[in-house]
Ligand binder design. Structure first.
Ligand code: FAD
Ligand code: HEM
Length: 404
């Protein structure tokens, strides 16, 4: 808990800090990267900085945490902290870097809020920052210990033993230790961080869900993110790392890969499981289905997947084959463009239609896909009477939903 004085100050200044936080975080990152260009080059995702997603996620997470500290009725931020800590651990964030972030964050706060930052206000927000930092550092320590790595040595070189074109814009990479050593254990639903050295010398890192794991091989499936035009006509450049992987990485090449992290993990109960995905959001579901299939699971499994068309559906055949190996598992697919295929009970045109599916009352539900898709499915499930606590999801980018 915060000290009583700080609680009062934070409560009183939360509206003004909250209102300015959208201005504070971009300035914070500008200061951080001016002092430490290597962080933008080698650790942070420069695409997310360009798009402004990461500054928004950081700002909202701090505001949400501060709200929790001063208002006990606010939901516990455990889920938020866990997501951030897993991401940090997969990137090798170190304890001493919290000092660096603190320096530039507070310099940005002072610059934006000016005289409003009295010594009392600064001290109170300092307490908030270190409260959150201590929580994150404690979880990250536990994650590094469990993975048997220290933050300086999170990445190891793995060799690409196979490359498979899954659909026009997705490729799978099978990864193994160059000496054939077994790879660390992973849990179904987890991801690895993958680092690549780009032509301009930057080491950029992205996360990819494990579609296959166990033994001495892992597999990831990467969608090449295309250049496109935003609704306001702005040109959006193509994704850096996904296209680099597609164009340049082949059998025999090495990638820097972290141990598995991520807290969207298939529960190990006997409850029915419902997996709902769209597009490349199928990857954690494929990992979970491999696990259920290998374990000879007898849990009732319902898989719902939406995609643009059968020909663009990455891992379509794996999905069908895996579902077929699990006793009583069912699969329903929706395609925006079904082509000339006739609709059936398990194959329909359009978007996911929850009215067409029975969701068991005690099901554990996992979602992955674009955020608008997940928000709409989430709302549909809740409208059907599903308990929101039974629904878990993965966002393939900074999670603005959790903090929003
Ligand atoms: C937990 C997790 C699991 C994931 N699993 C998978 C997976 O299994 N498979 C998979 O394919 N992906 C997965 N992802 C997504 C993946 O990590 C990358 O985000 C994805 O490959 C895009 O990376 P990129 O380097 O190609 O794009 P980036 O260069 O990082 O760009 C990110 C986005 O910003 C846009 N952008 C770039 N510059 C600008 C700008 N100036 N203005 C506006 N927008 C801009 C890009 O077009 C792109 O949409 C996962 C992500 C997470 C967090
Ligand atoms: C209290 C301090 C901190 C807070 C509140 C915080 C918060 C966050 C949040 C909310 C995310 C996005 C998580 C997601 O949804 O994916 C994130 C990601 C990240 N954080 Fe932190 N963080 C803190 C400290 C640090 C430190 C000390 C570093 C080390 C330099 C760091 C480096 C990163 C990086 C590299 C990412 C991924 C960014 C990206 O890929 O776009 N953070 N952090």
């Amino acid at each position: 808990m915060l000290s009583p004085t700080s609680t009062d100050v934070v409560r009183a200044t939360l509206p003004v800090v909250g209102a300015a936080i959208g201005e504070i975080t971009p300035l914070f990152y500008a200061k951080l990267f001016a002092a430490h260009p290597e962080l933008l080059r080698d650790t942070f995702n420069r695409g997310n900085q360009q798009a402004g997603d990461q500054p928004k996620a950081l700002a909202s997470s701090v505001a949400r945490y501060a709200t929790m500290l001063v208002d006990p009725a606010t939901p516990d931020p455990a889920e938020l902290l866990s997501r951030i800590a897993h991401k940090h651990a997969s990137l090798g964030v170190r304890e001493d870097q919290y000092e660096v972030v603190h320096t530039h964050l507070f310099a940005a706060i002072v610059e934006v809020l000016g005289d409003a930052v009295t010594p009392e206000v600064a001290a109170a927000w300092d307490e908030v920052y270190w409260h959150m930092a201590r929580d994150l550092i404690a979880i990250e320590r536990g994650l590094y210990a469990a993975a048997g790595v220290d933050p300086e040595h999170v990445f190891r070189d793995l060799v690409v033993t196979a490359r498979v074109q899954e659909s026009p814009d997705t490729v799978s990479f099978v990864l193994a230790d160059p000496d054939g050593a077994p790879l660390p254990a992973a849990q179904p639903g987890q991801y690895v961080s993958v680092g690549v050295r780009l032509p301009d010398g930057a080491r950029q890192i992205r996360q990819y869900s494990l579609v296959r794991f166990g033994g001495d091989e892992w597999a990831i499936t990467v969608k090449a993110v295309p250049a496109r035009t935003a609704e306001d006509g702005t040109a959006i450049p193509e994704g850096e790392v996904s296209n680099f992987l597609h164009r340049n990485v082949f059998e025999g090449d090495t990638l820097q890969v972290s141990p598995p992290f991520g807290d969207l993990i298939l529960d190990d109960s006997e409850a029915p499981v419902v997996l709902i995905s769209a597009g490349i959001g199928t990857t954690p579901m494929i990992g979970m289905l491999h696990h259920l299939s290998n374990a000879g699971s007898r849990r009732p499994v319902t898989v719902l997947h939406a995609d643009r068309s059968p020909s663009r559906h990455a891992l379509r055949r794996d999905l069908k084959e895996l579902v077929a190996t699990i006793d009583g598992a069912t699969l329903v697919r929706w395609y925006e463009d079904l082509g000339t295929r006739a609709p059936r009970a398990d194959l329909a045109a359009g978007l996911v239609d929850l009215d067409a599916v029975a969701v068991p009352a005690d099901a554990q539900i996992y979602l992955c896909g674009p955020q608008p898709f997940m928000e709409s499915v989430h709302a549909g499930l809740v409208a059907k009477g599903v308990d929101g606590d039974a629904i878990r999801y993965e966002v393939f980018g900074p999670d603005k939903w959790l903090v929003g």
